[in-house]
Design a binder for this molecule. Structure first.
Ligand code: COA
Length: 333
């Protein structure tokens, strides 16, 4: 038994504007049928221009704090690809808006792996005795960096935020985060990238917006790398945790594409029905995807106390990671 980070609360926040495939297909050379069959996505939510990533993060964070039953944390970690500004980080703004006093606050930039990297950072702060309670938030206004003329990315991504509170506890408790695996491969830096720019400054981007300011992804190459890297990372933490794959009740993988999640389940030898999926409702929300999937699966009664959960993600960088936990009794947020 050793000191460990234990999941104590979860929360989510989606912007109100729902965007269907049909709405996007009306302006792109695409169709509802193509998007559903190639990605599993039926709709996504998009923030209006007045809504910042920090606003969504505060919504998810406040719900996670409420769910944890404790209003304070010692540190706030925000995982995001779409910070409010290039500098400073978004986390201090979030901590301030949440009334968290002088809590430590920093961002993690690992694109779609960001929430897992954030969990690992928080677990390290707790294991090292630097913090007793940490709020980890994955938040994105990804729609801001999408090229409206690029049909292969515009139909995939959505906005939103999900959060978790971790507290210091024991490694044998339900909710204790298990072993982590994290990795990167800088040789793939150009596969998922925003080469220039940054989030729009006040007053907006230059008109017309240079293409380099937008997100680009080489989808087909990323597809297979995602399956391979998440599969290896998942297997690594299963081995370290001493779990057999048939003991895993739920796979909560980054929601990039339902075909990726199904292939990943096949790759590690898990029945596909044990893979949690909410991509139909929210699309790919990058750093927010894993906590949003956890909140939705918890609310649906899919995740029950005592269930064995395997988390894994893959994203730009390239980056990837995985961890395990036994689902605890968590209050609804
Ligand atoms: N509507 C209609 N057709 C589209 C389209 C859209 N929205 N987007 C792409 N297409 C077309 C392509 O132009 C291509 O046409 P062509 O054969 O005439 O050239 C065809 O569909 C196939 O494109 P391809 O890129 O091979 O499709 P795909 O089956 O690989 O699906 C993705 C594209 C992006 C959905 C898929 O590659 C994917 O999900 N990749 C991984 C994403 C990911 O893992 N991200 C993780 C990090 S966030």
């Amino acid at each position: 038994m050793s000191r460990a980070a234990v999941l104590a609360g979860i929360g989510a926040c989606l912007p109100p504007r729902l965007v269907t495939n049909a709405e996007l297909a009306a302006r792109l050379d695409s169709s509802d049928e193509w998007v559903r069959s190639r990605t599993g996505i039926a709709q996504r939510y998009m923030a209006d221009s007045s809504v910042l990533t920090s606003d969504l993060a505060v919504g998810a964070g406040s719900r996670a704090l409420k769910s944890s039953g404790h209003p304070h944390v010692d540190a706030v970690v925000v995982a995001t690809t779409t910070p409010d500004r290039p500098c400073p980080a978004t986390a201090p703004t979030v901590a301030g808006k949440l009334g968290l006093g002088h809590a430590a606050a920093f961002d993690v930039s690992a694109v779609c792996s960001g929430f897992l990297y954030g969990l690992a950072s928080a677990a390290g702060l707790i294991a090292g005795g630097i913090a007793e309670r940490v709020l980890v938030i994955g938040a994105e206004t990804f729609s801001r960096i999408l090229n409206p003329a690029d049909r292969s990315t515009s139909v995939i991504f959505g906005d939103g935020a999900g959060a978790a509170v971790l507290r210091a506890g024991s490694s044998t408790e339900e909710g204790a985060l298990g072993p982590f695996d994290l990795g990167s491969d800088g040789e793939g830096v150009d596969l998922i990238t925003v080469p220039a720019g940054g989030p729009p400054p006040e007053g907006g981007w230059p008109d017309p917006v240079p293409d380099d300011y937008y997100f680009t992804m080489q989808g087909k190459r990323v597809f297979w790398l995602a399956v391979q890297r998440m599969g290896q990372s998942a297997q690594m933490v299963l081995d370290r945790a001493g779990w057999r794959v048939d003991e895993v009740d739920h796979l909560v993988a980054h929601q990039a594409n339902h075909r990726i999640t199904r292939r990943l389940a096949d790759e590690i030898g898990l029945p596909r029905e044990r893979a949690v999926s909410n991509i139909a409702e929210v699309g790919n929300t990058a750093a927010a995807s894993i906590p949003l999937a956890l909140v939705h699966a918890h609310a649906a009664g899919t995740l029950r106390p005592g269930d064995r959960v395997l988390l894994t993600a893959f994203g730009g960088g390239l980056t990837w990671g995985a961890t395990t936990l036994i689902w605890p009794a968590v209050d609804p947020s």
